[in-house]
Structure formats: C-alpha cells, structure tokens
Design a protein around this ligand. Sequence first.
Ligand code: ADP
Ligand code: MG
Length: 643
Amino acid sequence: MSEPPAAANPAKPALPDFQQRYELLVASISDYAIYMLDVDGYVSSWNPGAERFKGYKADEIMGQHFSRFYTEEDKATGLPARALAAARDEGRFEGEGWRVRKDGGRFWASIVIDPIRSPYGALLGFAKITRDITDRRAAQEALRRSEQNFRLLVQGVSDYAIYMLSPQGEITNWNVGAQRIKGYPQDEVVGSHYRRFFTDEDRAAGVPERALETAAREGRYESEGLRVRRDGTRFYAHAVIDAIRDEYGTLLGFAKITRDITEQRRAAESLEQTRNALFQAQKMEAIGHLTGGIAHDFNNLLAVLSSGVDILNAQQPNAPALRVLESMRRAIDRGALLTQQLLSFARQQPLAAATHQPNALIGSFEQVLRRASGPQVSFVFDLAPRLANIVVDEARFEATLLNLVVNARDAMPDGGTLVLETRNVRLGENEVGTLPAGEYVRVTVRDTGTGMPPEVVARAFEPFFTTKPVGKGTGLGLSQVYGFITQSGGDVQIHSEPGEGTAINLFLPAHEGGGEALAGTAPQAERVLIVEDDQLVMAVACDLFETMGYEVQTAPDAVVALRMLERNGEVDVLFTDLMMPNGMTGLELARTVRARWPEIRIIIASGYPQQALQGDQADLHEFHFVGKPYRIADLARHLRAAD
Ligand code: ADP
Ligand code: MG
C-alpha cells in the first residue's frame, strides 16, 4: 500500500482505534476549522469546519501555504510568518482578524495556533483552530457604536449637565452642558469631588454627602437649590442623582443630571409678583370705591351741618349758644378733615398740580422735615443732581414727605438714620406695579427702624390700618400717600423686613415742561342760580347765598337750569353741583353756560373734583371749584376773586 506522507487523510481504515476516533471527532466538527500546518506553514490536514468557513475542499487546499487565508494587507506586513514565529517561540499564538474565503469574501476570525512538537521537542508543524466570529464581532461593534453614540449624545447635550460620580462622589466624566452650566472645563473638574458645586452653607451642612447617601439608599435623589458656578455666581439648579449598580447590586457610582432653572424660577416669581400686584391693586381699588362713596355722602351731611352753624352764627346768638356753635364748628372741621383724608386715599381730592423740581420742594421743606424727625434721628438728604421735574400738588407732596418722615421716626424710638433720597430712574413696563415704561423720579424715604412683617406691608396702605396704640396712629398716613401718588400718575413701593428697616419708594413720572397755575374769577353778584339735586344741600346753599345778600333762583338739574337761563338770562352767578341726574353734568352745564352767556360767573361744587371724574387735568382750572362741605368763607372768597 502506498500511503500519503502526511497523517491527515480522514478515511484511512488502517489506523488504530484511538487515532480513528480522534479523526472522526475532528472531522465531525463543523463550527471550528481545525487543521494542521507543516513547519513551513503549508496545509497538511483539513476538516469540514475548515471547508465550511474557508470554502476550500481538502484536495484543493492540502499542500497550499496558509498565508492565502490572510488579507493582502496582512500578507504585506508579514503577519502569517509572524504568527507562526510567535506560536513557535511562545508556545501559542492567539488573535482575531479578517480572513479571506476561497470566493474572496471576508470573515472575522478568532484563531489559535499551537506548535506541534515530537516527544523530543522537535517542531513537527502547527495545529490551527479558527472560528468564524463575524456575527459576534458585528454585535460587539454595534454595541460599541451605540455606546459611543450614547456617549456623544450625552457629551453633546448642552441644556443639561450630565456627568457621573464615583461611589465617593468624585467626578468621573463631564459633558458640554455641565461645562456650559457650571463653567468648568472637563480637565479641571474630572477627579475632583462634586461638593465644589455647592454653596458654602450647603457644604458646611453636609448637603452633598447626604444627597449621595440618599441616592445610594433609595436609588434616586431629587432636589432643587442654589449651586455655585466656577466664577462664583449662583444659579438655581434642579438636580437628580441616580445610583448605578451592577447586576450583583454593587454600587458603581452615580449618574447626575442638573438643569439650570434660574430663568424658570424667575419667570414663576415674576408671575407670582404680578399676580400679587394685581390683587393688591384690585383690593386698593375696591377699598377706594367704598371709602370714596362713604366720604362723599358724609361730606354732604357735613355741608348741611356746616352751613347750619354758619347761618346760626350770622344771627347774633347769645354767649352759651356761641360756645355750642363753636364746638359744633370744631367737630365739623374735624369731620371735614377726615373726609378729606379719605377722599385723598380714594383719589377724589382735587390736585393743584404744577411742574416742580422735587429737590427744590424738598429743600424748602427741609427744616420742617428735620424738626418732625426729632433729635434722636440723624437725617441724611441724598438728592440727585439734574433731577427731572415732576407734576405734583406742592402742598400734598409736602404732606406726603411729612407722613413718611413721621412714620420713620415712629419706627425708630431709640434713634437711627433716616435717608431722603431722590433719583432719576428708567422703569420697564410693569416693573413697578402697573406703571408704563418710561422715565421716573424716585423719591425714597429710608429708615433703620423696626421694619414691617409681610402681613403689615400688605395692608399698610389701607385706610385706618395701624399697628400703633389708640390715639397714636390713625392709619391714614400711608393711605393718603398712596392715593396722592397714584392720583399723580405714579406708584408707591414698600421694601421692608422686620429688623431690617423700611424703604418707601415713591415713583412719579418725570416731566419736562412748564407749570400750570390756578387762575381766579367771579366778582360780587346779585343774582345766583343754584343747581343741585339734593334737597337738603339745596336748602343749605340757598340759605348761604341769601345770608350773603343774593337773590336766589334754583333748579334741580342742568336741563331745567338751561331752560331758566334761556327764559330770562338775568343771572350773575351760576352755582352748580358737579354730579347731577338727567345726563348733563355740572361741568357740561358750566361749559354750555360759558359759551352762551360768557358774563355769568360760574362756581362748581362737589365732594368729587372734576379730575377724578373726568380724568382731565385741565378741567380743574377751567372753573372755580368749591369742595364740599362749603362754608360762607369759601363761597365769599370765590365770589370776591377777581375776574
Ligand atoms: P399710622 O402711622 O397712623 O399707623 P400709616 O398709614 O402711616 O398709619 O402707617 C400704617 C402702618 O404701617 C403703621 O401703623 C406701621 O405699622 C406701618 N409703617 C408705616 N411706616 C413704617 C415704617 N417706616 N417702619 C415701620 N412700620 C411702618
Ligand atoms: Mg403714619
């Protein structure tokens, strides 16, 4: 029998049992290419697995050099020879790489080359086991790529700081968002403890450590709070810490996601503020209506009393009667003052508004303010140069300052510092209350006194709201300040906290332009036409004019009054109430009369000034105006005033 020289013919019957079984085993393996190379690398055996992977039949490949399974690139670098040399010298060569099938297709192979030696150590050849792991590699590659994509995604997210911490809290990686939000570049921050992002207070209180403990214990920790950027500025953060554990439950570290929610918080806060401001404005509006209504009616009653007292006084009463009348007069005056204060809050007091330089107003009033503040208080005037003008009623402006200074003094029973400051400011829309955007003058009265808790701040403008003992406070100071400033087109702000003192800011629209002044008219006259719908008030007015020697005609409304004038225009004075039924107001009547009978003097009476009703500043100066309750002296003054 002629036998082939190599020992690898699978169908050789003459082999002993052991050898046969071994060859059968190798021959039946199709998942692995198992074959032998001779010392120089020529194929000397081949199994079905090799045939399956590589595509060569045994008789095609036997005796061929194994380098043909390598790619051109690997062949060019001498990889086949190096693999054999490594197996020979180191006892084993293991590797992965692209291999080429007979048809030229490639597969990713895991290979092992073992040297085969004789019992005496002589190298006989090599055993080569190759496995096609293309699928596994593809899976690994896909995983790797998806991990890389994920990493790129995380790294590229700029709205969230996403990073990981070791179980001890050291930063292990960093993304673009983290750099953007916190300001640290990656190389500066990785490896350091994440507590550096917390405020000193939080660090001292152990907040960062507690957060990790909670996350480790409960799997997750969510919080909002102030964090510190690299440049030391603070931002409001929403942070989530998730514990990361392996499949055995060992803590590997933490994933941390932080969002900068400063803007959202600011928006939410300003919405809340706007809501509060609106609520406050509506509340003041409602109280204003109520107060104005009551004060107005009360004024009409006072008018009756006041005129009655005047009439009785004019009838030469005896001494005891005079005393009674005198105390009645005082009570009426007090009542009149009170209603004036209430009307002032309700923005229903006439304003003699004119253009003023606020620093000048303050300067001429300085001595009064200093005296009011008392000797205990050090009073600082901090007036801005080139302060804009404002349009205000001078007397009311002074009363406002006095009110604020007295409040400040009361808040500093043991002395302190009081600052009166003026500034030009530019406001954005709704930055203060509901004021439109524009230039304003801010007048601030600031004290170092007791301050106010929020619930007092919220109610301080309400009339009759006072925290002072009975007899000490009326609760009408700030309500008048508020009424006056808002009636003047401005707004008032209180900044105060208990123990921190108080600052009251008055904002008044800046104005560049000429002042307006009151003009006077009306000489003595003999005939008066009184137009008044309230019978009581009408009776009083008739008495008053009769007392002054006038011949009186009366009309219950404007329409009747016009008809009377048309019939006989023999009237020197028209005395009309402002508010009247039947559509035509006193103001409209006055205008009509002025147009048609320009020689008639006109006086308008009302608890309400025209301004509050018409919203027209000019109307106030168009006619003579008498506030209720009117007294002989007031009427006489207006009647006497030069044309
Ligand atoms: P009154 O002074 O008569 O109490 P106000 O209307 O002037 O009335 O003030 C109302 C309340 O506002 C005061 O009772 C006080 O509680 C508080 N208040 C006003 N100004 C100050 C201030 N400068 N410091 C502390 N509290 C103040
Ligand atoms: Mg007061």
